[in-house]
Design a protein around this ligand. Structure first.
Ligand SMILES: [Zn+2]
Length: 514
């Protein structure tokens, strides 16, 4: 009943929906209660649009409400703009389900279109030929996982501490320039809801919910003697907190995937191979069978979404791709066969390039565990052709820093990831991966579940979300202007990134140091 009321209320709001036409540009749908008191004009910028390896020199960018409205040279800076407001037409809108963690997208018919004039102020921001670029998108991170290792989270953190730390981490991510975050497991739907409601500051989040993996896999955080969860039920803190879901059969995998979607996931994350920083699984482990992978894919596709899979070994990567997985996470054994199949399946890969850092052994989870250290060593040797193969085959590659840990360690890890990716794969490839490619990846969550459907993310173009950074210098030539750092663990602590002068998300300015 309450759900029905919510829908009716939204339909009432929709009856007031209006379309802005500024200076004869393309119309844009707008709710009446959100008419901006002013529009924002970035004057005199060079644009990295997320896709091109050349800056567009000497442009202006107009933002109306939360979208990029117009990109042109010499947009007038007069004090007020006449805005044509159109009421009516068919609208694509998001509604809440009965349980408000979830949202769904629907089309609503709204009568005949009528147009009237409104006046709004223009706020001119003189950018002095700085670079304007899309807000950064983390392609694979873990906001709720706040511990030095999986065992630390399992043994030492309760929900309260995790919640407080994850809120602070989300704010840090936004203030480091990340306006969108694909969370690849370990809760975050509640955090997303709180950020969207304006309770705390943070990026847009695409939650995956609990990692789904079999007993003894990279998703199994239990202590050595904790009874098996498939047989004895929910025993570990990881599963009680909703971070992990142990599933040893196709039926259980479907339960896990459905449970995640019920709780607000936008895609599903499975662990189809072993990993390095976990206790029981060799990285070579071929954890899920073809049938098991297909079970997760079947549920995700029923929601119009997709499955992302943690996969290191070639066998596991190929099996994932052949059974419908859309994004390969890590994918260290990437080669020509995988490249060919990825192309055929229109699939993506995100990889944490810091796996190739000379400082990798300093990660606490590796340093504190001789078994993980040995795994890391053998993995680095086995993955030696990765960089060369990526350069050769140029797959659709998304940036990821894969940070598990506290605020300070995640800042350092992300800064180093940006630097190393640019050094090994090039500035443009890295910048594309952290903007437009990750924008394409998050949109794989589909027309129904994608919570941010008003425009594309990760690009600067008319109609895109106004998620914008203004930076000193040109990141295509100098990756340090968006935070890239050669140092990792011995980097100095930092607050924000001084060369990022403006951070805008959804049309709202969170930082302006001009
Ligand atoms: Zn991860």
């Amino acid at each position: 009943m309450e759900g029905e009321f919510v829908v009716k209320k939204l339909l009432f709001v929709l009856s007031l929906l209006m379309t802005f036409v500024i200076m004869s540009t393309v119309p844009h749908v707008q709710a009446m209660d959100e008419i901006p008191s002013e529009v924002k004009l970035f004057k005199n910028v060079n644009i990295f649009d997320g896709k091109s390896d050349k800056l567009l020199m000497g442009y202006d960018v107009l933002v109306v409400r939360n979208l990029i409205k117009k990109i042109a040279r010499d947009i007038p800076t007069s004090a007020t703009y006449d805005v044509d407001v159109t009421i009516g037409g068919e609208k694509k809108v998001q509604v809440l389900s009965g349980y408000d963690s979830n949202t769904y997208t629907i089309y609503v018919k709204d009568g005949e279109a009528k147009t009237e004039k409104k006046q709004v102020k223009v706020n001119v921001i003189d950018c002095g030929s700085r670079t304007l670029m899309p807000g950064l998108i983390e392609g694979h991170g873990h906001l709720q996982m706040n511990g030095v290792s999986l065992a630390d989270i399992e043994n030492n953190r309760n929900w309260e501490e995790l919640a407080v730390r994850s809120a602070a981490k989300a704010k840090m991510a936004l203030m480091s320039g990340f306006t969108t975050w694909r969370d690849m497991g370990g809760m975050s739907a509640g955090l997303k809801k709180s950020i969207d409601a304006g309770v705390v500051d943070g990026p847009r989040i695409y939650p995956s919910g609990a990692f789904i993996g079999p007993t003894g896999s990279h998703a199994d955080f239990r202590n050595f003697t904790t009874p098996n969860e498939t047989v004895y039920g929910c025993n570990s803190a990881g599963s009680r907190l909703g971070m992990t879901f142990t599933a040893d059969s196709t039926d259980m995998i479907k339960v896990g995937a459905r449970q995640n979607f019920m709780q607000g996931a936008t895609q599903i994350k499975i662990m189809s191979s072993g990993g390095v920083a976990s206790a029981f699984d060799p990285w070579q482990l071929d954890a899920y069978s073809a049938e098991e992978i297909r079970a997760a894919v079947e549920v995700a596709e029923a929601y119009g979404s997709y499955v992302a899979s943690h996969a290191y070994s070639k066998k596991s990567i190929l099996r994932c791709l052949n059974n419908g997985v859309k994004t390969i996470e890590h994918g260290f054994m990437f080669d020509g066969d995988i490249a060919k199949l990825m192309k055929k399946k229109d699939a993506y890969m995100t990889t944490n390039i810091h796996a190739f850092s000379p400082y990798l052994g300093e990660i606490e989870a590796i340093k504190s565990s001789p078994a993980s250290a040995r795994k890391a060593e053998s993995a680095q040797a086995a993955f030696k052709n990765y960089i060369e193969n990526v350069k050769k085959y140029q797959p659709k590659f998304g940036f990821q820093a894969d940070c598990v840990g506290g605020i300070d360690s995640c800042k350092k890890q992300t800064d180093h990831e940006i630097y190393l990716s640019a050094k090994l794969l090039g500035n443009f490839y890295t910048l594309k991966s952290i903007t437009s490619v990750n924008g394409e990846i998050v949109a794989l969550s589909g027309d129904v579940l994608n919570p941010y459907f008003e425009g594309p993310l990760g690009v600067v173009e008319e109609g895109a979300y106004a998620d914008i950074l203004l930076v000193d210098g040109n990141p295509l030539e100098d990756i340090t202007v968006i935070g890239g750092s050669e140092k990792w663990f011995d980097a100095s602590p930092r607050d924000g990134i001084d060369t990022i002068r403006i951070i805008m998300k959804d049309g709202k300015i969170y930082k302006n140091s001009l």
